[in-house]
Ligand binder design. Structure first.
Ligand code: ZN
Length: 217
């Protein structure tokens, strides 16, 4: 059983090993971070951005919350995105949902969990918007489909934010991607919801929606 004290001994061993394998690793990190990627994922402990993608410290800028939601009025998420785009000049932002997500399942099943119900309400809005599609799927596939739909809608939310509108107007090259992660197999899936301009939103959205239905029928 890992105790809280073990975290410090693990940390010291990790730092020593890194410095042994790659002398100067930390001193070069101090100088700057130049990540090309921003990861927006679920807080779920089974979905660690760096480990899944093989990215090192300094290579991915991360924002996580319950069920990887980006709300238009969430200054926390928007500030992180703005910093990543304007200051760090990331080239890719990926919204990464995961199958079996507790937040998404609670939304689907109207499960009350407490204060977070108000946050999860955003996913219920996604569920309600696409209910005709979800209802037509086998019941066992609706949870996975809602994970996909939630990711696709969050990609749209980022794409229409002032941050992205301004960045694209300036000609900055940033692509927003929608991915999911399988906790059961450790694999990332591309939902083909990739948007690199304002005009790209609608066609990507239509194609990704068709993909959700095709995969879950
Ligand atoms: Zn989750």
């Amino acid at each position: 059983m890992t105790t809280i004290h073990d975290l410090f001994s693990h940390n010291r061993a990790w730092a020593a090993q890194m410095e042994k394998d790659r002398p100067g690793f930390f001193t070069s990190l101090v100088k700057q971070q130049t990540p090309k990627f921003m990861w927006i994922g679920c807080s779920d402990s089974r979905v660690p951005a760096n480990q899944i993608t093989g990215l090192e410290p300094g290579e991915v800028f991360v924002h996580r919350n319950v069920a990887n939601v980006v709300v238009h009025s969430d200054l926390n998420a928007l500030s992180a995105i703005q910093f990543a785009v304007d200051m760090l000049k990331v080239q890719h932002i990926m919204v990464v949902g995961h199958y079996g997500c507790g937040g998404v399942m609670a939304a689907l099943n109207n499960q009350r969990v407490g204060l977070a119900d108000n946050w999860i309400r955003h996913i219920q809005d996604v569920r309600d918007r696409h209910w005709d599609m979800l209802e037509a799927l086998p019941e066992a596939h609706r949870g996975d489909a809602l994970v996909d739909l939630n990711v696709i809608e969050q990609v749209v939310n980022i794409s229409v934010s002032t941050v992205m509108t301004d960045a694209w107007a300036k000609g900055q090259k940033v692509t927003i991607h929608g991915w999911t992660f399988g906790v059961h197999d450790g694999l990332l899936q591309d939902l083909h919801m990739s948007v690199a301009s304002h005009d790209g939103i609608a066609p990507a959205y239509r194609a990704a929606m068709e993909g959700v239905v095709a995969a879950r029928r």
